[in-house]
Design a protein around this ligand. Structure first.
Ligand code: COA
Length: 341
């Protein structure tokens, strides 16, 4: 099939986890929690946390490098036309982290910007990057999701400390004139509900707090989440977004071979699959080994499932995510014949 506008296809995939693995037992030794509670309530057994001195750009550079290698691209100017980094944990409040990542990868003076959509960030980044390609503004874009949540977790808060992990994943999106090529993003659905912004929030550090006359409270720098409300909204919003997208793409739910949902809680993934009428075993799960890695979650799950041979070329893949904002999004594609690095 050919069309007037180019399409955007995934042509490379890379991932990186910092070496420090933290087990539930290690957390139970310092927090009022147990391996049993964490495993049964979340499905998480361990997560990776970056060592002190390691920041989000360090993980993003590693994953970006691997994605470029997977796509057969050099670390050189001209390889990509833009770098988009989805993250909740930028190296600094200002400037964005993507320009540093582009520079350290040796990609030249390309367009580079961050996307802030918390756990939906990677799908928002895929959407903007693919729109640049479809509009003819870019031929190839490096799209990265990278997080160091360990730097924003309140060590005294058991409800968040046991859930979140660090990591990075990246894809290369490339223009193609063949809209039927495997890897082409067939459709995108995005949404938000800012009325519920307080459910997931770092209260401090921004202009809302800086504009107040009162001295900031130190704990306001930490990430907070109202878990139960977030759980319910996650299942509903990912379900609605997935349904709306598949109607537009023209797929039946039963045709989805792999549901790659944001890895927030294994119970959310199972509820979502049940609600959509997709057999539970089609839901990709790697949260047991990485926890909730927010913007890195979807590409890490893809890399894991591709490396395990679960995702095979031509299979129908539904990506769906939900996060702070509130935000959510879904993307559909058939899996490309690529080797993840
Ligand atoms: N260890 C032991 N007990 C814990 C605990 C922990 N780490 N964290 C919370 N608890 C306790 C609570 O204090 C509560 O105790 P209480 O009944 O005495 O008040 C009890 O466990 C149940 O808490 P609740 O929050 O109702 O549990 P839950 O079943 O909803 O699970 C989450 C909590 C956070 C795992 C779950 O709500 C969740 O996964 N939410 C969504 C997270 C998400 O999607 N995030 C991503 C969006 S970006």
């Amino acid at each position: 099939m050919t069309s007037h506008h180019p399409s955007a296809a995934i042509t490379g995939l890379g991932s990186y986890l910092p070496p420090g693995r933290v087990t539930n037992e290690e957390l139970a030794a310092r927090l009022d929690t147990t391996d049993e509670w964490i495993t049964t309530r979340t499905g998480i057994r361990s997560r990776h946390w970056a060592s002190p001195g390691t920041s989000t750009s360090d993980l993003a550079v590693e994953a970006g490098h691997r994605a470029l290698k997977s796509a057969g691209l050099e670390l050189a100017p001209g390889s990509v036309d833009a770098v988009v980094l989805a993250t909740t944990t930028p190296d600094h409040p200002c400037p964005a982290t993507a320009p540093e990542v582009a520079a350290r990868l040796g990609l030249g003076n390309v367009a580079a910007y961050d996307i802030a959509a918390v756990c939906s960030g990677f799908l928002y980044a895929l959407a903007t990057a693919s729109a640049q390609i479809i509009a003819g503004q870019a031929e190839r874009v490096l799209v990265i999701g990278a997080e160091t949540y360990s730097t924003i977790l309140n060590p005294a808060d058991r409800t968040t400390s046991v859930i979140f992990g660090d990591g990075a994943g990246a894809v290369v999106l490339s223009a193609t004139r063949d809209s039927g090529q495997d890897g082409v993003l067939l459709g995108v659905d995005l949404g938000s509900d800012g009325a519920n912004r307080d459910l997931i929030c770092i209260p401090g550090g921004g202009s809302r707090q800086r504009s107040q006359p009162a001295d900031p409270a130190p704990e306001d720098q930490f990430f907070t989440m109202q878990g139960k409300k977030v759980f319910a909204a996650a299942v509903t919003r990912m379900g609605e977004s997935s349904t709306a997208l598949l109607e537009r793409v023209g797929w039946e739910m039963g045709q989805v071979d792999h549901l790659v949902g944001h890895q927030a809680n294994v119970r959310i993934l199972k509820s979502l699959a049940r609600q959509l009428g997709i057999p539970e075993e089609r839901a990709v799960v790697n949260i047991d080994r990485v926890g909730n890695t927010s913007a890195a979650s979807i590409p890490l799950a893809l890399a894991d499932a591709a490396a395990a041979g679960t995702l095979t070329a031509g299979s129908r893949v539904l990506l769906t995510a939900f996060g702070g904002g509130l935000t959510w999004g879904s993307v559909a594609l058939t899996w490309p014949d690529i080797a993840p690095c």
